[in-house]
Design a binder for this molecule. Sequence first.
Ligand SMILES: NC(=O)C1=CN([C@@H]2O[C@H](COP(=O)(O)OP(=O)(O)OC[C@H]3O[C@@H](n4cnc5c(N)ncnc54)[C@H](OP(=O)(O)O)[C@@H]3O)[C@@H](O)[C@H]2O)C=CC1
Ligand SMILES: O=C(O)[C@@H]1CCC=N1
Length: 267
Amino acid sequence: MSEQQRTTAIYGVGSMGGAILEGLLSGRRDGDPEVLAVVRREEQARELDARDGARSVAPEEAAAQADLHLLVVKPAVVPELLEQVRDSLRPGSVVVSLALGVSLSDLGDLLPDEVAAIRGMPSTPARVGQGMTVLSPGASVSQAQLDAVREVLAATGETIVLPETQQDVATALSGSAPAYFYLVVEALVDAGVAGGLPRATAVELATQAALGAGTMMRETGEEPALLRAAVTSPGGSTAAALRQLEAGGLRETFARAVEACARRSAG
Ligand SMILES: NC(=O)C1=CN([C@@H]2O[C@H](COP(=O)(O)OP(=O)(O)OC[C@H]3O[C@@H](n4cnc5c(N)ncnc54)[C@H](OP(=O)(O)O)[C@@H]3O)[C@@H](O)[C@H]2O)C=CC1
Ligand SMILES: O=C(O)[C@@H]1CCC=N1
């Protein structure tokens, strides 16, 4: 995949594929190739064609034209899609499967030898350039191909390379994890409303607390436990709240949630 002429195709523009597409489009510079999108519905194709920088194409056309193929269909659709496009894929191109539980071994069985495969796990904050994609490259992926994939995905947020054996638990801490944080904010908002706050105010306060806590962790690099201790004044309100969360089994509940998520990813 050359640095200059890199065409990306996205197969499946649903929740996750749509988020990646938005991230890629917002990072697109003048002169960059269009992002090719493979969708099934006419109406969705028309909407995409109306977007600057995107073009809907048939699967075989995407396969023949793109250097980087991002599969963002449901896991069960991956085999039939690759069956459809495998003979059109160009040698030297890279397929990144972003589907839960689809292994490098599965991809190897479905792809020609001269097409490299990467297993990945993205997250929906890709839509606002704050995603994380966990990448596990197959044995035939060159450093140049991996670098090129990371460079394209940079428009959607961070990337990290991990061994495939860590993909299932990484999914529990990354791809699925935004949902846990939304649930926490939802629960806080409901509690705030019960305490008398207008809903919009409760949403604003809880969202800013989430954003502030995330930014503090990222920018200070401090252990979360230390940051939490700094909020917890002796004999104060935070200590009273944390005691209730611990009594409610928060840590054990998260441990079980992560185990269940990883188990589901492992199939
Ligand atoms: N949602 C998330 O946060 C994350 C999802 N993923 C992975 O992303 C993948 C998609 O998940 P998600 O976006 O949530 O699911 P969605 O159901 O929202 O999206 C799937 C999309 O694939 C489309 N599709 C189905 N078959 C084809 C086909 N043959 N060719 C082209 N498009 C097709 C569907 O189109 P139509 O609407 O017409 O049926 C739909 O738009 C899954 O494999 C999931 O594991 C990974 C990490 C996070
Ligand atoms: O729930 C799912 O299966 C997908 C994979 C990770 C996040 N969403």
